[in-house]
Design a protein around this ligand. Structure first.
Ligand SMILES: *Cc1c(COP(=O)(O)O)cnc(C)c1O
Length: 407
């Protein structure tokens, strides 16, 4: 008899974005022709940088001729891209990361989801609340959680991110084995200062634990004192894996390219106390289950590091950050406390009421879609997330309407 993985039965139905769609559709049906502005989705809206498109086209043409055609590439990614990443994203910022420690992939979503399979089934996981749902759900699927009770899974350490701690969770009392951190954060937009990240690195070293650091939004950091990579901190090379993506940085959400850094000095332990290199485990995993990102996409990603590419990406990020500044600057005078939006494309707004009630009010009275914070975890109750990913014109129109409603 074919039996299912019963861990899937523990999963909470993925309710957030389907419920948003349902409420938006109901509103549209009741008010046909009424224009809706979406500041809810974590997806970019502007075209790929020209440097990327040019490189993409050239690489497609190479595929058209037998003499330049490329078949299977290296599972870890082409050296031309891995070398640029190591040089521009790490060594130029004083982080000692080498090309062969970088694994190019089709997304930080898949990598943050898949990485857990190289660890034991009975390790203790620490996950922030509110959170990007992938970290939690993939561990539930793998059987690392207990059942759901009162909105939380048993056997998971929740790291509460609240106004009290500035949305940067402190160290847990328990000994976590695997810790997920995401900065700049989705959904709160919060950033972590170097000294606080150092505490996490020290905690991991002391407990022989590992940090999974999701830096998908590092390109949005403007404050030069903030770490853009965990490897800017001393000692992190032994206890951290970092995830990055071209998705939000360069508009690759539909094109798909990301990378994961597994330093060769990162170790984990077997039950007999033996030491193993996570780099060789992840390499084995990828070589077995993944066949690499397409050549034209990797050429398009490489162009991000050319002179024109870097200038165009800077302009792209600046455009969204201009939206973020506008949202903050206009929400705060209305009496709404905002986190984020200064070094991240998300603004986390304290609603002074239930998240979904606030969502309904903005939808019904302003025709603006946001994301209810409670959909990201218990600590998100009483907040909404507003995204800066839209045209400047739409953001301005949305804020004009929100102002009318909240004034
Ligand atoms: C958007 C996002 C990513 C990137 O995902 P891709 O699969 O690379 O598109 C990763 N982590 C977080 C928290 C995100 O919001």
């Amino acid at each position: 008899m074919i039996r299912i993985n019963e861990n899937y039965l523990k999963l909470r139905p993925s309710y957030l974005f389907s419920e948003i769609s349902r409420r938006v559709a109901a509103f549209q049906e009741a008010h046909p022709g009424k224009d809706i502005i979406r500041l809810g989705i974590g997806d970019v809206t502007r075209a790929l940088p020209k440097a990327c498109i040019d490189a993409f086209h050239l690489a497609v043409d190479e595929m058209a001729s037998d003499s330049t055609f490329k078949g299977y590439g290296p599972e870890q990614g082409y050296a031309f891209l891995r070398e640029k990443i190591a040089r521009y994203d790490y060594r130029s910022r004083g982080a000692e990361i080498h090309a062969d420690e970088i694994f190019v992939s089709d997304g930080a979503k898949s990598d943050t989801a898949n990485i857990q399979e190289i660890f034991s089934g009975d390790i203790l996981i620490a996950i922030p609340d509110p959170v990007y749902p992938v970290y939690l759900d993939t561990n539930v699927m793998a059987g690392r959680s207990g059942d759901l009770g009162d909105g939380r899974y048993k056997n998971i350490i929740y790291l509460d991110s609240t106004a009290e701690n500035g949305f940067v969770p402190g160290l847990p009392k328990e000994k976590a084995d695997l810790i997920y951190l995401c900065f700049p954060n989705n959904p709160t937009g919060a950033v972590i200062p170097k000294d606080m990240l150092k505490q996490w690195v020290d905690y991991a070293r002391h407990n022989k634990a590992l940090i999974l650091y999701d830096a998908a939004y590092e390109a949005f950091i403007k404050d030069g004192s903030l770490p853009r990579s965990i490897y800017e901190l001393e000692g992190a090379r032994e206890v951290a894996i970092e995830f990055r993506s071209f998705s939000k940085t360069a508009g690759f959400t539909g094109t798909r390219c990301a990378y994961t850094v597994v330093p060769k000095s990162c170790m984990a332990y077997d039950s007999a106390g033996g030491t193993h290199s996570l780099h060789s485990f992840w390499n084995r995993r990828q070589a077995t289950k993944f066949n690499g990102v397409s050549y034209p996409v990797q050429k398009a990603a490489e162009a991000v590091y050319s002179d024109e590419g870097r200038a165009q990406v800077k302009e792209l990020i600046g455009y969204y950050m201009n939206n973020a500044s506008l949202i903050r600057a206009r929400m705060q005078p209305l009496g709404y406390t905002c986190t984020g939006g200064e070094n991240s494309p998300y603004i986390w707004v304290k609603t002074l009421m239930d998240s979904w009630d606030f969502f309904d009010m903005l939808l019904n009275k302003a025709g603006v879609v946001c994301t209810p914070g409670s959909g990201f975890g218990r600590c998100g109750q009483g907040y909404i997330r507003i995204s800066a990913f839209n045209s400047h014109e739409n953001v301005e129109r949305a804020i004009d309407r929100i102002e009318q409603v909240l004034k």
